[in-house]
Design a binder for this molecule. Structure first.
Ligand code: BV8
Length: 259
């Protein structure tokens, strides 16, 4: 990782009043959760996530889609946040205000201690019914096995239960994106971590930050669709770069230079 770029990023964070961390699937890669750009694994290799993560896909084959989410829930249940997630929770103590805006549905940011987390695409361990969106608060432990799986039925209306996540072609949860956009427009620094910048409207947030005058710092193992418009690309894994930023900032001592 480029030491001079890291120092510039630490300096920007040291001057910031409001920081937004916008994270994608690359944030959870070092927890062992495959990203969407990774080829799907094993049984799911033949399917395109966009097909499975859609109302059409669920309507066409509920057992296939529920089986895919069951597999991913088991992966997530058997994994945990890594040093990069913990670094974002520590960063909250070193800047006046930090908001995490994530595309991820694994719940790892809250689990690792971040106190303000906007889940743009919902949460894989929250459920609702497919037909009416009835919230479903029964326990549904991930089942063993890797294939298609008949989804449980809604206790209220009998329609299939689905994960409370945002599928392709679905609106984001009411108000969440607008809140994220407001934070993006008014932040001083946006950390964009582990996202290819392909999926909208989440991919529009870094530009909103830039238009609002923020310094945009990308953390990614390789350039993305966003790289040409960020101020600094810290090329490396989130689990190494984010702790390095926290170490650099903490070394400056309390309140050093906060605007
Ligand atoms: C909507 C939840 C509006 C479910 C997800 C054509 C043009 C533009 C837009 C569209 C279009 N056609 C359709 C659309 C809209 C569509 C869209 O953007 N499609 C894309 C494919 C073009 N968007 C939607 O449908 C959204 N809704 O627009 O509604 C509307 C208007 C009117 C009426 C109705 C609706 C809803 C999108 C949400 C979909 N749900 N997830 C689930 O998870 O199962 S999306 C899902 O994929 C993720 O949540 C995430 O958003 C996306 C994956 O992207 P990333 O997170 O960036 O991950 P990716 O794998 O791509 O990249 C990983 C990155 O990490 C890489 O850069 C890699 O280098 C890096 N990396 C790897 N390892 C590390 C690392 N970085 C750091 N450290 C490491 N160790």
């Amino acid at each position: 990782m480029d030491a001079a770029k890291l120092e510039r990023a630490v300096e920007a964070l040291d001057q910031a009043r409001l920081v937004v961390a916008a994270t994608g699937a690359g944030m959870s890669k070092e927890s062992g959760i495959p990203t969407f750009r990774d080829a799907q694994e094993g049984l799911w290799a033949r399917y395109n996530p966009e097909e499975l993560a859609s109302p059409q896909g669920f309507r066409q084959d509920p057992a296939r889609v529920w089986g895919w989410y069951n597999y991913r829930r088991r992966l997530i249940a058997g994994s945990s946040p890594h040093a990069g997630h913990r670094a974002l929770a520590e960063l909250e103590e070193l800047v006046p205000r930090l908001v995490v805006v994530t595309q991820n549905i694994d719940g790892f940011h809250k689990q690792s201690g971040s106190s303000t987390v906007l889940e743009l695409h919902g949460n894989i361990n929250r459920f609702k019914c497919f037909e009416h969106g009835h919230p479903v608060d029964i326990e549904i432990p991930p089942a063993a096995g890797d294939g298609p799986l008949e989804p449980p039925k809604c206790p209220r209306c009998g329609s299939y239960i689905r994960p409370d996540v945002v599928w392709y072609g679905e609106m984001l949860p009411h108000g969440v994106f607008e809140q994220a956009e407001n934070f993006a427009r008014s932040c001083d620094v946006m950390l964009v971590v582990g996202t290819s910048g392909i999926v909208y409207p989440a991919a529009a947030l870094p530009m909103a930050a830039r238009v609002g005058g923020a310094i945009v710092i990308e953390v990614n193992t390789q350039p993305s669709q966003l790289t040409q418009m960020v101020d600094i690309l810290l090329q490396g894994p989130a689990g190494e770069v984010l702790p390095a930023l926290v170490t650099g900032l903490a070394a400056r001592g309390p309140g050093g230079g906060h605007a």
